[in-house]
Design a protein around this ligand. Structure first.
Ligand code: UD1
Length: 427
């Protein structure tokens, strides 16, 4: 098995460029199903989750050419299956993003029911309720969701209980050809939603209001047409490097994203004592004094992103006093804390609150990535820990960070991927 080894204590400095956003690229790839022909996506990150979405599309009959590393030409003209099997959904829950596009193009879809995942149950009830309101009939059978549209899709008002990213996206895509107007109320407002709406509009859809809590989709009767589109920069990858620079001291310039997409994160980091200079598509981060302990709570955009919670906890674990981090988006997203405790952090979990008492130092240890962002945050802790930190289960990190080790090495970190024997299994 492969692990990431980090030797602590080396300063970080220089420049790093982030890739296109994972959470956008996956949905844009799914949306290509709606426009028969060859859609070109540029700035696509070369990460494991994108490879899984590629497998999903190919399973349905799409052809994919990779140009260079970051450009995908996706030909969906011969797609003749509307089914996503469990072995693919089990690898990546976001495979369910094909539900909306398949309903829109074929009026039917079979998608394996996602199981729980390590950051919580991650239900899809809001996707189902919203699509039912548009006229979709669902049957759940042998672990698969069978969706049909016996009377077509009809625009209506769908009010989401929670501003779910995935439900907003599936509804936006399913309603592109629905009769009349579909209104998604309490819609998610993430930059990736806006990127998807832009792609759909370039393809000929009529989506208005993306980025606000009310999205209107006016159904069009013509087929969508393929286009060329650049994936928005990854604000979470950028935020991860910003947090790392803040912990290690910097200065580091992070390029390839829109600082406004990290608005509240950068503001909170400034309150924590980081010095951040914003520029066009980049920011430069450094820190001289101590890290100030402040409370954080995660919320849908423009609130503080849950995907930045672990990296922020890592910073606050070296804060100058105590604070509370409240996780409002996912249950079970504090597994990272117990690994960080192994490195000397002082964190107590109470329900969806983490009480964090700052410590002066982390000590290098063997730790395990609990999930994608938690894995990155453990490598981050290793950058400033005494001695060597070994992070295992790094397949989580590979899901969402391209050339993570190379990028950190480029900033001056002492970090490498190392093959180690599998630990012995003891019953
Ligand atoms: C997406 C992102 C993920 C990010 C999250 C929140 C992708 C591939 N993933 O996940 O990185 O952390 O947004 O910003 O884009 N929920 C329900 N029922 C539903 C749908 C969601 O109860 O039908 C719950 C979820 O369990 C979770 C919360 O709502 O607790 C938010 O989920 P959602 O916004 O849908 O996140 P994802 O789209 O899964």
């Amino acid at each position: 098995m492969e692990v990431i080894k980090v030797e602590g204590g080396h300063p970080l400095g220089g420049e790093v460029t982030v890739e296109g956003a994972k959470n956008s690229a996956l949905k844009l790839m799914a949306a290509t199903l709606m426009a028969p022909g060859v859609t070109t996506l540029t700035n696509v990150p070369n990460i494991a989750d994108v490879h899984v979405m590629g497998k999903v599309l190919k399973y349905m009959g799409a052809k994919i050419d990779v140009l260079g590393v970051h450009t995908l030409k996706i030909d969906t003209s011969e797609v003749d299956k509307w089914e996503t099997p469990y072995h693919l959904v089990a690898q990546m829950r976001a495979s369910t993003a094909v539900l909306g596009p398949l309903l829109s193009r074929f009026g039917k879809a079979i998608v394996a029911m996602p199981g729980g995942c390590n950051i919580g149950a991650r239900k899809i009830d809001m996707h189902i309720l919203g699509l039912e309101a548009l006229g979709v009939k669902f049957d759940i059978d042998h672990g698969n969701i069978h969706a049909t549209t016996p009377n077509g899709l009809n625009g209506t008002v769908v009010t989401l209980d929670f501003a779910s990213v995935g439900a907003t996206e599936n509804l936006m895509m399913a309603s592109v050809h629905a009769k009349g107007i579909t209104t998604i109320d309490n819609a998610a407002r993430e930059p990736e939603i806006v990127d998807l709406a832009n792609l759909l509009n370039e393809m000929g859809a009529k989506v208005r209001g993306a980025g606000s809590p009310v999205i209107e989709v006016e159904g069009v009767s013509e087929d969508l047409h393929p286009v060329e589109h650049r994936v928005v920069g990854d604000r979470i990858e950028a935020g991860t490097f910003v947090a790392m620079a803040g912990l290690a001291g910097g200065p580091v310039t992070v390029k390839g994203f829109e600082p406004v997409h990290l608005g509240l994160v950068l503001k909170k980091f400034e309150l924590m004592g980081l010095n951040i200079v914003r520029g066009p598509h980049q920011c430069t981060v450094s820190r001289k004094g101590s890290i100030h302990s402040i409370d954080i709570q995660t919320l849908p955009f423009p609130g503080f992103p849950t995907d930045m919670q672990a990296q922020t906890m890592c910073l606050l674990a070296q804060g100058d006093s105590s604070c509370v981090i409240t996780e409002n988006v996912f249950e079970n997203r504090f597994m990272f804390a117990s690994e960080l405790q192994r490195m000397g952090a002082d964190i107590r979990i109470e329900g969806h609150h983490a009480i964090v008492h700052g410590v002066q130092k982390f000590s290098g240890a063997e730790v395990k990535s609990p999930d994608l962002r938690g894995g990155a945050a453990l490598v981050m802790a290793g950058l400033v820990a005494d001695g060597v930190t070994t992070v295992s289960d790094i397949h989580h990190i590979d899901r969402g960070y391209e050339r993570f080790v190379q990028k950190l090495t480029g900033l001056g970190a002492k970090v490498e991927r190392v093959e180690v024997p599998d630990p012995e299994i003891v019953d």
